[in-house]
Write a protein that binds this ligand. Structure first.
Ligand code: SF4
Length: 168
């Protein structure tokens, strides 16, 4: 028991994260969204890219949700690319796989890329491919929330720092 307690003490806290925020070139356009401020935060990052996990290659056409996450997950809405292709099942499969990784690692917090139809929190593109935003969460962010993983958006670096500092 004593050694187990010691091990827990030195183990880093695990936090789920959108892979593009760590600099992985997995965005639809082949680029990344690296948050350099994360380099100074000492965490064990569980890095996921739901869209790649769903079998969508990189680069890939951009895609936007046509309805909200709950409706799409209930089979009554879809996600389409800017070329009109339905990629709903790839998005859902990738989000579920990524969620399982997070649950398997027992994470309680996720740092997710803003505005994405997978990872966005609070605001996402509105489905018109005109760079307009609407209220809502991406598919993966919604699943995290439903599974009691607290999500923090990448556009709120102060909240990320404060929340992760309390984890230690
Ligand atoms: Fe992948 Fe999410 Fe980053 Fe999009 S926002 S590239 S799905 S990790």
């Amino acid at each position: 028991l004593f050694s187990n307690l010691g091990l827990n003490f030195i183990m880093k806290k695990k936090v789920l994260i959108s892979a593009c925020l760590l600099g992985k070139n997995c965005r639809y356009n082949g680029g990344h969204s690296k948050l350099t401020e994360l380099e100074e935060i000492d965490m064990e990052w569980i890095s996921v890219c739901p869209e790649e996990s769903g079998g969508l290659g990189t680069p890939r056409p951009s895609a936007e949700m046509q309805e909200n996450a709950e409706t799409i997950l209930n089979g009554k809405g879809k996600i389409i690319t800017n070329k009109g292709k339905n990629v709903t099942s790839e998005f859902i499969q990738g989000a579920e796989k990524s969620l399982q990784l997070g649950l398997g690692a027992e994470v309680k917090i996720a740092v997710l890329k803003s505005k994405s139809p997978s990872c966005g929190i609070g605001k996402i593109y509105d489905g018109s491919f005109t760079k307009s935003l609407k209220t809502g969460n991406g598919i993966f962010a919604h699943l995290c929330h439903e599974n009691d993983i607290a999500c923090i958006s990448s556009d709120n670096i102060n909240r990320i720092k404060k929340t992760l500092a309390k984890l230690k």
